[in-house]
Write a protein that binds this ligand. Structure first.
Ligand code: S3P
Length: 161
């Protein structure tokens, strides 16, 4: 069994997965190690469709092998992944208000995100609402992380699992 964290960029998926279990895997980190380049570099060099394919393969191959998996915000862009996640029983959606996510993303200077950098605010907001519906449908549990500290989110997740 693997807990799979989904949610928009800035939701805290990677941070929570790392704190939840030593046996965690971060999909972006996994892809980055495998191809020996940052995800942003991969997307810029090989294109977003190629990245989505890699995400599909990676997700499938890692589920069941780790206690918790953090995914990239765009994991649900692929229909194949949507079907896959629908059949999984431990999908947790880390949700947050758009403005809260925006603040977190603007503060995060370390992690480069082409999707965030290349879109204007209105486009990002549209993407947020489009994806939010899908995250909600696929989720078995939803945690609202808006204005919550990491420790609080972690405690809620631990109540579930
Ligand atoms: C993406 C989110 C990123 C990363 C890539 C694409 C997206 O992950 O996978 O830059 O399409 O939303 P985070 O959600 O961890 O930022």
């Amino acid at each position: 069994m693997s807990i799979i964290l989904i949610g928009f960029m800035g939701a805290g998926k990677s941070t929570i997965a790392k704190l939840f279990s030593k046996n965690y895997i971060d999909l972006d980190e996994y892809i980055s190690k495998k191809f020996e380049m940052e995800v942003s570099e991969y997307i810029n060099k090989k294109g977003i469709s190629s990245f989505r394919k890699i995400e599909e393969e990676s997700l499938k191959s890692l589920v069941g092998k780790h206690e918790i998996i953090s995914t990239g915000g765009g994991i649900i862009e692929s229909l194949q992944n949507q079907k896959f996640l629908l059949n999984e029983n431990n999908v947790v959606y880390l949700k947050a208000d758009f403005n809260c996510l925006l603040q977190r993303l603007e503060k995060d200077k370390i992690n480069r995100r082409p999707i965030f950098e290349n879109l204007v605010r209105k486009e990002l907001e549209e993407l947020y609402y489009k994806r939010s519906i899908i995250y909600e449908i696929l989720a078995d549990e939803i945690i609202d992380t808006t204005d919550k500290k990491v420790e609080e989110v972690l405690a809620i997740l631990k109540e579930f699992y």
